[in-house]
Design a protein around this ligand. Structure first.
Ligand code: FES
Length: 90
């Protein structure tokens, strides 16, 4: 599994995950249940994005929810690896 982190870009917080050498994902840090702000958490089952309000978790690769009341996946941003940089379309 690749690296996972949150980054600040132009006033937004993006949750980013390096899937492999050529793939990166970028999601909004706003929970799709009631809008709380997500955090990166390391769990025994693997890294996830977790909501502190009602316990929803989101898959770092797909943005899909599990383990809580959220039903919609996270809003995603188009992200790509270009050389040694990551480019995100906001
Ligand atoms: Fe995130 Fe309710 S606001 S689970």
């Amino acid at each position: 599994m690749g690296a996972t982190t949150s980054v600040e870009v132009e006033g937004r917080t993006l949750l980013m995950h390096r899937v492999d050498e050529s793939t990166v994902t970028a999601y909004s840090n706003v929970c799709t249940h009631q809008g709380c702000l997500l955090q990166v958490v390391d769990r025994p089952e693997g890294t996830a994005y977790a909501c502190p309000c009602h316990g929803s978790h989101f898959d770092v690769e797909t943005g899909k929810p599990f383990g809580g009341p959220a039903r919609q996946p996270l809003m995603d941003y188009e992200a790509a690896i270009d050389g040694d940089q990551v480019v995100v379309k906001l």
